[in-house]
Design a protein around this ligand. Sequence first.
Ligand SMILES: C[S@@+](CC[C@H](N)C(=O)[O-])C[C@H]1O[C@@H](n2cnc3c(N)ncnc32)[C@H](O)[C@@H]1O
Length: 155
Amino acid sequence: MAEEGTLRPYIAIDTFSGFVDAHVAHEVAARGKTTQGKFYKSIFSDNSQLWFDTTMRHEGITNVRSVAADITRFDFDTAGPIAFCLLDVDLYLPIKDTLPKIFAQLSSGGIIVVDDCQPNSVWDGALQAYQEFCAEQGMSIEIHQKKLGVIRKAA
Ligand SMILES: C[S@@+](CC[C@H](N)C(=O)[O-])C[C@H]1O[C@@H](n2cnc3c(N)ncnc32)[C@H](O)[C@@H]1O
């Protein structure tokens, strides 16, 4: 966005401490990821909001606001209208929960990109949540680069 000269407000939401325990438990108990539980609990746990904000300042980027939160608890009604959203939280439950909330705030012509929509992978909960949302909305599946699930709101 900075390189393109886009100065629209951008909200970056992350727990900054990795996955939520209940979301990991669902992958293990309901989605058969029995051997990946420890991996999910350790990865991304050393993230830091301070590092993120410092990097933005260092790069002279002033239109990004970081929010430390579980996205399933974030009030998306305060964030709209949304032109573009990269939804990159990897697991089934947080994507299943938030896609309808984000879509409700999406502008006409807006786009959501769901990362990691790959079958038979450690992140395939993203694909399941994406496919279910498209089916519920009667939308076509549109996956680019073998992993980027696209959702569009008609202009
Ligand atoms: C693959 S990383 C992507 C981060 C960022 N998009 C990037 O490319 O640097 C997944 C991120 O999702 C965050 N995350 C996982 N579950 C979350 C949740 N329920 N709410 C907010 N953030 C979450 C993790 O902390 C991790 O930083």
